[in-house]
Design a binder for this molecule. Structure first.
Ligand SMILES: Cc1cc2nc3c(=O)[nH]c(=O)nc-3n(C[C@H](O)[C@H](O)[C@H](O)COP(=O)(O)OP(=O)(O)OC[C@H]3O[C@@H](n4cnc5c(N)ncnc54)[C@H](O)[C@@H]3O)c2cc1C
Length: 380
């Protein structure tokens, strides 16, 4: 069998890309159904939801603020809305149907066992040649590691629980807590506050479920949730780390497998969406015969380079701010509480472009004074 674009992995990135390519693409997905096993919280900005083209029916909740709690303080991040919670399993079902209606072949229960730089892939049943192979295998990163497309990883273990509860808060709450060392824990109210997702990610996988249940107890003790019952658990590897190489021979990477995530939150849907849109534009030209594979990949690399540079710089910034378990944020939250500036510190930070907006803030003297003041007061 021969196809023009072969996509390894029918998760979010693979399906989104394929839905834009039509019958020029074939997707290979190892599972029987797309979207399963569920792993993602599905919180994105309105901008990202629009870029993906998510129908309203898949928006479970809109959030106008996120509260970030530290031991000695709290910061409030507002937006209009700041973020939405998307039905993630439903989103992949939707993208799958979009693929089918645009003529893309999606082969389920079709695990890829080999990928070579010259455009061949192997499954249990067939050897397929493509002009370009897109790796969209997710956090597993088996082939992206083999092809040396990523060098440095910074992984966290994420566990979430969908709970039934009497939820007492309206906003997303984030806790910089020891239970989630190096990362954070979260509470996302859902279904008119009758349900919620609680979750945490941490560097070590030790006793993760016990830690999540302890977090649930803490939330109960603080009166954030009442009468809670776990419906089910889900989760997976949360990816941070430096974005990998864009391509190796005829193989291009997208999404978690090349660590395309926002370093502060591990959120991958925004950068993967931008990459899928850019990649689709170049690969459509390949499919139409306007570009050969070399030019398509080279144009993709050039167009992507500002985004990749931004994500890499963002990772470095995160490493600084995240030093000693987010000490800087903890100091700022304490200072903001003392100065009554809990609402102001994060006001200019963009939900998707943390780093870019932080740089812009650094050019604003009022913001610089605010940051300096909160840091100083936090230290006293
Ligand atoms: C706990 C947690 C919470 C998260 N919350 C958010 C959030 O709120 N917002 C956000 O933006 N991001 C979030 N993320 C990150 C987000 O889920 C990922 O960035 C996103 O799913 C990446 O999409 P992907 O297509 O690259 O990988 P995936 O969605 O993992 O898809 C990879 C697909 O490839 C398939 N596959 C793998 N190997 C093979 C093979 N050999 N052959 C065939 N198929 C194969 C897999 O079965 C899978 O379907 C979260 C992640 C975790 C773990």
């Amino acid at each position: 069998m021969r196809g023009r674009v072969l996509i390894v992995g029918g998760g979010f990135s693979g399906l989104l890309l394929a839905s834009m390519l039509g019958d020029g693409a074939v997707v290979f997905e190892e599972h029987e159904r797309v979207g399963r096993p569920e792993h993602c919280a599905g919180v994105v900005s309105i901008r990202t939801a629009k870029l993906i083209g998510i129908p309203q029916s898949l928006i479970e909740e809109k959030f106008y603020e996120m509260k970030i709690f530290t031991k000695g303080g709290m910061l409030i991040w507002r937006g209009n809305p700041l973020a939405v919670k998307v039905d993630r399993v439903g989103l992949e079902d939707y993208l799958y149907n979009e693929c089918l209606s645009s003529g893309t072949l999606v082969k389920l229960k079709s695990r890829v066992t080999r990928v070579s730089e010259d455009g061949f892939i192997l499954t249990r049943d067939e050897k397929v040649e493509g002009e370009v192979v897109v790796l969209a295998e997710g956090a597993k990163r088996f082939f992206s590691r083999k092809l040396k497309m990523i060098q440095f990883s910074d992984d966290y273990y994420g566990l979430q629980a969908r709970i039934k509860a009497d939820v007492q808060v309206n906003s997303i709450e984030v806790y910089l807590d020891r239970l989630a060392e190096g990362f954070f824990a979260w509470l996302i109210p859902l279904k008119d506050r009758r349900e919620a997702i609680i979750g945490l990610a941490a560097k070590s996988s030790a006793a993760l479920r016990l830690r999540l249940l302890t977090f649930k107890k803490i939330l109960e003790k603080r009166g954030k949730i009442r009468c809670s019952d776990v419906k089910y658990y889900f989760g997976g590897t949360v990816i941070r780390g430096v974005v990998g190489k864009v391509a190796s021979g005829k193989v291009v990477g997208i999404g978690d497998c090349v660590q395309m995530t926002k370093p502060f939150s591990g959120g991958g849907l925004y950068p993967s969406t931008l990459a899928a849109i850019i990649m689709a534009e170049k690969l459509k030209k390949l499919i139409n015969g306007e570009l050969d594979w070399r030019s398509a990949i080279s144009q993709y690399r050039t167009t992507m380079s500002p985004l990749i540079r931004g994500l890499r710089a963002s990772y470095l910034a995160f490493k600084l701010v995240g030093l000693r378990d987010y000490l800087t944020i903890k100091i700022m939250a304490k200072g903001a509480r003392k100065l009554g500036l809990q609402d102001n510190v994060l006001s200019s930070i963009d939900y998707d472009e943390h780093f870019k907006s932080m740089l812009h803030s650094a050019l604003n003297p009022v913001k610089v004074l605010q940051y300096a003041g909160t840091l100083l007061m936090g230290l006293i």
